[in-house]
Ligand binder design. Structure first.
Ligand code: CTP
Length: 400
């Protein structure tokens, strides 16, 4: 999770307590992960660690006074709180916690916290009785309602010789929590996209099935292009021999029904691209045992649910942009246009599968994109990966 906090700006507030020595290790590890740190050292914090040791490790100035001309010129308390991506108070003493809970602002640390519009993490450190005191408990409850995030404290031997809950969490644990926060934030800010790809298998009996020639290549390339461009991408794939990197959430399915259920579970999303060659029919009753040879056999088929049609016509689940695919051997644009309107898609990507050098098995493709307003764009013969990059560029332009 290293690069999750690379170049993030963290304002570290160090309060007075023996655990302050751990904050030096915290700074060292944060720096190692590429974090840009500014530090506020409270008056009592300065009794435990020196500004010089902090500056040496953080390679930046330590802020100590609320009313300092030097600070006001360089960075006042408001700018300091705005500068940070996140504020981390470690160690947070009972006194500071009490000040934060009451909204007091009589020093730089409490003023910056009160003026902040950022997430504030607190890692308390104090004697077990102080931690268990009703007033501290009440203050912590208040801070939680103010959206402060608590890290620890842990149970263990205390510097004062007692044992219990109140030890500051280890720097590694604190950094882990911070990384999870940034990871979730990144996920929250991302647009979601889902892609269906590959064929489906519709079983006849335990060893036989109906399927088609789809390789899934185009769909996999589209998922890769979306992920490269920052979409949180889910790829719902029928059986293929393809691999995909871990950034993409891959859901492997076999049947059309499984693909349908997985698609529903993956919604809502901003974009949905239906490139799968879903079998239109399934066997009405799958034989539980292997069917024996007979002179004649009759398979009773019924229609599978049309996933694209279902999602595209859904009142609440419909993504902002729904893209369908049409693979045709003749009258490409005529049939693609029919699908565009009948399935209520925004765009249809149509390709000619009668030509062996493009389409199913090939790494190359040539497609036409048909839009609702009757506009047609042709993407000339190129690799499926290039086609996907171009398609995703168009998707981004459209969403913007
Ligand atoms: N599709 C789907 N669910 C199905 C069937 C198709 O989501 N059960 C989607 C495909 O992923 C593709 C588009 O619908 O985006 C293709 O339409 P489809 O009607 O399946 O094409 P064909 O089977 O080729 O239809 P036809 O034989 O009528 O040309």
């Amino acid at each position: 999770m290293g690069n999750l906090i690379n170049k993030k700006k963290i304002l570290l507030i160090i309060c007075g307590g023996i655990a302050a020595y751990k904050s030096l290790e915290l700074i060292r590890l944060l720096k190692k992960d590429g974090v840009i740190i500014k530090t506020i050292l409270t008056k009592s914090g300065a009794e435990f660690v020196t500004p010089l040791s902090i500056t040496s490790l953080s390679q930046s100035k330590v802020y100590q006074d609320l009313f300092s001309i030097e600070n006001e010129v360089e960075m006042d308390h408001i700018s300091l709180s705005r500068w940070a991506d996140l504020i981390l108070i470690a160690p947070a003493t009972a006194n500071t916690i009490s000040k934060l809970a009451s909204g007091s602002s009589d020093d730089l640390a409490s003023t910056v916290a009160l003026a902040s519009n950022k997430k504030i993490f607190i890692a308390p450190a104090m004697n077990v009785r102080m931690w268990e005191h009703q007033s501290t408990k009440q203050n912590i409850r208040k801070l939680k309602t103010y959206n402060y995030e608590l890290i620890g404290p842990e149970i263990g031997d205390m510097a004062c010789g007692e044992y219990g809950e109140g030890k500051m969490s280890e720097p590694k644990e604190i950094i882990n929590k911070v990384k999870i926060y940034f990871k979730n934030l990144k996920r929250k800010n991302k647009l979601k996209a889902i892609v269906t790809a590959g064929p489906t298998k519709e079983y006849i009996d335990p060893v036989r099935y109906i399927s088609n020639k789809s390789s899934g290549k185009q769909g996999y390339e589209i998922a890769k292009s979306l992920s490269k461009k920052g979409f949180e991408t889910t790829l719902i794939s029928g059986p293929t021999n393809l691999e995909i990197n871990n950034d993409i959430n891959l859901i492997k399915v076999e049947t059309a029904e499984e693909m349908f259920q997985s698609t529903l579970k993956s919604l809502p999303a901003e974009v949905a691209i239906f490139s799968a060659a879903v079998c239109d029919y399934k066997v009405k009753e799958i034989s539980k045992t292997k069917i024996k040879k007979q002179d004649e056999i009759c398979l009773d088929l019924e229609k599978n649910v049309d996933i694209l049609d279902y999602v595209s016509n859904h009142n609440s689940l419909r993504p902002k942009l729904v893209v369908g695919f049409a693979a045709e051997t003749n009258d490409l644009e005529k049939y693609a246009n029919k699908k565009l309107s009948e399935k209520n898609c925004d765009w249809i990507v149509a390709n000619d599968v009668s030509n062996k050098s493009i389409g199913f098995e090939s790494d190359f493709n040539e497609v036409s994109i048909l839009y609702k307003n009757k506009k047609i764009e042709r993407l000339k013969y190129k690799s499926k990966s290039e086609i996907s990059d171009e398609l995703v560029e168009k998707i981004i332009d459209h969403l913007n």
